[in-house]
Ligand binder design. Structure first.
Ligand SMILES: Nc1ncnc2c1ncn2[C@@H]1O[C@H](COP(=O)(O)OP(=O)(O)OP(=O)(O)O)[C@@H](O)[C@H]1O
Length: 369
């Protein structure tokens, strides 16, 4: 899939912007704070209907304006489509081919992106929440049902935690309502967990190969999903709920479930969250991101778009070349850089270079190589 062009109105520091893209490599070049990441963010929002930087819609709208608009013409499965996101003080609206789409799970999936930002290095040593978020985001791109059920689960979890606090504060025991909430959550978890485990198994298979290629066969990467349940059955999950009613009420929260799970990473059986060096962490994240490109291609038959924000400077020449070899001629890629200096000359030669200054594209017609 590809984005042919994008138009922005009042988005971040872009008042009016329109740009056509190269089907393969596009580089946004500019000094600091000119709007390079903002442009990547716009593409990301067009894909996921939300930002990777903020939950506050107002921050996305040009100072003092009432609304922002992101419009993109895309090509997917050889079909041309238009996607549009309108952001205002009232929230956001999503449109496909000018028809409003109310449910996020019906919108996400037409334009798939894989994002790689410097903060992703935190995936290895940061909190399990980051790894769960990655799993959920990536499965949501390929499975609207998963996204829909996950939203339902999160709402139930919020409701259950609120109810547990109430039981705790009023010194009450478990009752029928807690039982009903637990049953509903157990039922949803069977499918959600199955999907997560399948996803991690597939990602493991691909990322292991990618790591082997990137890290020059030095050690073996393996990924494993960590769940709280012995068996993936409704009965087993519900039994665990029932056995932890007392503890849950005492602590006023649900102490197990997919919201507590983790993605474990090993290098030659050693826990990467403890032992991986900086270089190894970069290789793991890169292997996983390329693994995601391949996984999405396998699932939906097309490569997603790759967004690289400031990450090339984090990679050494060997990794840069390997990344380039893996995506060249296959994946539409957008990357940001303050200068062309840090970028492989092969990339520069074939890319469309888009210069950005203070929310304006410098001579769009000069953007071509
Ligand atoms: N809602 C907004 N309205 C107007 N300008 C905004 C808004 N949000 C952010 N900006 C401006 O956008 C600029 C930052 O843009 P961006 O993060 O894309 O920079 P960048 O070119 O990627 O820089 P760096 O190389 O430092 O990462 C800042 O000047 C900031 O003031």
């Amino acid at each position: 899939m590809k984005i042919n062009s994008i138009e922005l109105k009042n988005f971040r520091n872009y008042q009016d912007c329109s740009v056509e893209f190269d089907p393969f490599i596009n580089i946004f070049i500019g000094k600091n704070a000119q709007g390079k990441t903002n442009l990547l963010e716009a593409i990301y929002i067009l894909s996921m209907s939300k930002s990777f930087k903020t939950k506050i819609v107002d921050e996305l709208i040009y100072f003092d304006e009432d609304f922002a608009k992101i419009h993109g013409d895309i090509m997917t499965h050889e079909k041309q489509m238009s996607l549009e996101i309108v952001l205002s003080k009232l929230g956001k609206k999503a449109f496909i081919n000018h028809n409003e789409i109310k449910k996020t799970s019906d919108y996400v999936g037409y334009l798939n992106v894989v994002l790689f930002i410097p903060e992703d290095l935190m995936l290895i040593k940061g909190s399990p929440r980051l790894r769960r978020k990655l799993i959920d985001m990536e499965i949501s791109k390929i499975s609207p049902v998963y996204m829909y059920n996950l939203n339902k689960y999160n709402k139930l979890l919020k409701e259950r935690n609120k109810y547990l606090k109430m039981l705790h504060d009023s010194h009450k025991d478990a009752d029928t309502y807690l039982e009903v909430l637990s049953e509903q959550m157990a039922l949803l978890q069977v499918d959600l967990l199955k999907k997560r485990i399948e996803f991690v198994d597939l990602l493991n298979e691909i990322s292991t190969k990618m790591y082997d290629y990137i890290a020059l066969h030095q050690e073996k990467l393996s990924l494993k999903y960590k769940s709280h349940y012995q068996e993936l059955t409704y009965e087993c999950i519900l039994d665990k709920y029932q056995k932890s009613y007392k503890k849950d009420i005492l602590l006023g929260q649900t102490n197990h479930g997919i919201h507590k799970d983790d993605l474990l990473m090993y290098l030659d059986e050693m826990d990467a969250s403890i032992y991986a060096s900086q270089g190894q962490q970069r290789s793991i994240v890169l292997a996983m991101k390329i693994g995601l490109l391949e996984l999405i291609k396998k699932e939906i038959g097309e490569y997603p778009i790759l967004l690289l924000d400031d990450v090339l400077s984090e990679l050494d020449d060997v990794r840069k070349t390997k990344l380039l070899n893996l995506i060249q001629g296959k994946v539409q890629t957008f990357l940001t850089s303050t200068s062309v200096g840090g970028i492989h000359h092969q990339v520069i030669d074939m890319a469309k270079k888009i210069e950005i200054e203070n929310g304006q594209l410098k001579g769009e017609e000069n953007g071509r190589k």
